[in-house]
Write a protein of this length. Structure first.
Length: 138
């Protein structure tokens, strides 16, 4: 086993323990509320679904799309964005920067878009991601 796989396995085990602890605390809190006679607030199914769609769309955008994944849904979202914008785009996180940078591909090479264009592109990307995730969820 390599050192890298050891660290990854160790990280996943810790994450699994955190999830189990979180579930246990949630069940404990629910039991306390029921013991006090409090009713659990009922959230409509469509609201729960909307929350889940937003959470997954955010994950798709942040983890997969902006990291250069070859996932089929990610590729469809990128293609739709490029059709809407009318040009090829590149998303990069420079090593020394915290903010995402968006580049437009030109014959002279990549050119960074203006902040206003970046905001417009990110809004379109968010809407396309939401629509695509919403269409694929049962």
């Amino acid at each position: 086993m390599s050192v890298k796989s050891f660290y990854i396995r160790n990280m996943l085990l810790k994450y699994d323990k955190q999830l189990i602890t979180a579930r246990r605390l949630a069940r404990y809190n629910q039991a306390l509320r029921m013991a006090r006679g409090e009713e659990e607030p009922s959230i409509p199914q469509d609201v729960k679904r909307g929350i889940m769609v937003e959470r997954i769309a955010r994950e798709v955008m942040e983890s997969l799309l902006l990291s250069g994944s070859e996932n089929p849904i990610v590729q469809e979202i990128k293609q739709q964005l490029e059709r809407d914008v009318g040009e090829r785009l590149q998303f990069k996180y420079p090593p020394t920067e915290l903010d995402l940078q968006v580049y437009r591909e030109t014959p002279q090479g990549p050119v960074e878009v203006t902040p206003a264009e970046k905001a417009d592109i990110m809004e379109k990307l968010w809407q396309i991601s939401l629509d695509r995730v919403n269409a694929t969820m049962l």
